[in-house]
Design a protein around this ligand. Structure first.
Ligand code: ADP
Length: 391
């Protein structure tokens, strides 16, 4: 009997110990969920002496607020910390992993070694071309509090680099477009003043006609370039005048009368009563529809008619300019609003095009908070649909 009592007390004692251990482990699990970062630091006591732990914890929480991607690496090149932006870019579960598993760029790894050796800040720019273009700067410097650690700050400059490339491409394209007619004018003048046309009145007349044509091309190009740069400056300002679309389109058709007659093209304009009023800017709307109508005339054969309509659909005013002209190959439709992009450069130059008309249209439509959609089939025709928010 006495033995049985001892066994019972023994079992109760172990049961109590078991329960205490289990509740302690639950507390620690909960703590790990709530305060993951603190645990990481406790596991890295070598890097973070006890007295500094809280300070680091506060600093690293602050680092989460930065828009740059920030990494803290130990001398064994193991990742000790990633701020929020770095987690967003590289993903979770990198803590404790080797730096090279996250950043493979040799420039960064070499600069990291140099920083470890010299204890001096290193700045390096990295360009990655594949699989997608990326450009960023990395600043690598010793941790201010703990000299066993290195901080890497990555700043993503991809968007800025892309904009700079677009700008320099644009300047190169614009210079090329201007140089070509200028060279042609120069050549004409040389031929008239010193060359074989010096004493040939008929040849002189021919060269003067060519030069006038080229001068006109330069004038058109400069007009469109100025227009585009002005539009870009004002793009964020939404036009706010009450506009009657019917008036605008009637006016545009009127101004194109000569070209329409020359090409024996007639226009059918159908404006629904509830699709006349929008908020916008008169001159800019005239520019949009002049460009679209001019293109429809330029890229249609003689005798083909053009249909313009305005209707209301799903709370939007849709204005369509539709022709039965040469059309645009399907794969090139998204590119026709790019500056200087032409499906057929020779044809565009022949009809006095600058390659900027649709780029201007796109910007002006955006300024009106509208959208430009293009439907086209090669050999059959094109439809340009501008949608505006209705009043
Ligand atoms: P461009 O001054 O050369 O006409 P745009 O920017 O107005 O320049 O148009 C870009 C290109 O889109 C044109 O060169 C032409 O190839 C194509 N395009 C524009 N409108 C039409 C249209 N209505 N029909 C067929 N192709 C068109």
């Amino acid at each position: 009997m006495e033995i049985l009592l001892y066994i019972l007390i023994f079992i109760i004692f172990f049961l109590i110990i078991f329960l205490i251990i289990r509740s302690l482990s639950e507390v620690s699990d909960a703590r790990s969920d709530v305060d993951k970062k603190k645990i990481i630091h406790e596991n890295n006591k070598e890097e973070f002496p006890e007295t500094l732990n809280n300070k680091h914890y506060v600093i690293e929480n602050t680092l989460d607020e930065f828009l740059d991607q920030i990494l803290i690496i130990n001398k064994f090149k193991e990742i000790v910390f990633l701020n929020k932006q770095a987690v967003l870019r590289f993903g979770e579960n990198f803590e404790g992993k080797h730096l090279a598993s996250l950043l493979r760029a040799p420039e960064i790894l070499e600069s990291f070694d140099r920083c470890l050796d010299t204890n001096e800040k290193q700045v390096v720019e990295v360009e990655i071309k594949n699989p997608i273009y990326q450009f960023f700067s990395a600043t690598i410097f010793p941790h201010p509090v703990n000299n066993n650690l290195i901080i890497i700050v990555l700043r993503d400059l991809t968007e800025i680099a892309k904009v700079q490339k677009l700008k320099s491409d644009f300047v190169a394209n614009a210079s090329h477009e201007l140089r070509t007619p200028l060279q042609s004018i120069k050549l004409g003048l040389e031929t008239i003043s010193q060359g074989h046309a010096k004493n040939d009145f008929e040849a002189q007349k021919k060269f003067i006609t060519i030069m006038l044509d080229q001068a006109q091309r330069m004038e058109n190009l400069i007009r469109d370039l100025l227009s585009l740069s002005k539009i870009e400056l004002e793009e964020h300002i939404r036009p706010n005048k009450d506009i009657d679309l019917k008036d605008i389109i009637d006016h545009v058709i009127q101004t194109q009368n000569q070209a329409l007659n020359k090409n024996q093209i007639s226009i059918n304009f159908d404006c629904k009563k509830d699709a006349r009023k929008i908020v916008g800017d008169r001159d800019k709307l005239i520019e949009i529809f002049s460009n679209l109508l001019e293109n429809s005339i330029k890229y249609s054969e003689k005798g083909k008619n053009i249909h313009i309509s305005s209707k209301k659909k799903n709370g939007l005013i849709l204005v369509s300019v539709k022709d039965s002209g040469v059309g645009i190959p399907k794969e090139l439709i998204p590119r026709v609003t790019e500056r200087f992009f032409r499906v057929d450069p020779e044809k565009s130059k022949k009809v006095g095009g600058t390659g900027l008309g649709l780029a201007i249209v796109k910007h002006l439509v955006l300024q009106h908070r509208g959208e430009l959609n293009i439907l086209s089939e090669e050999g059959k025709g094109s439809e340009f649909i501008v949608s505006f928010p209705s009043q």
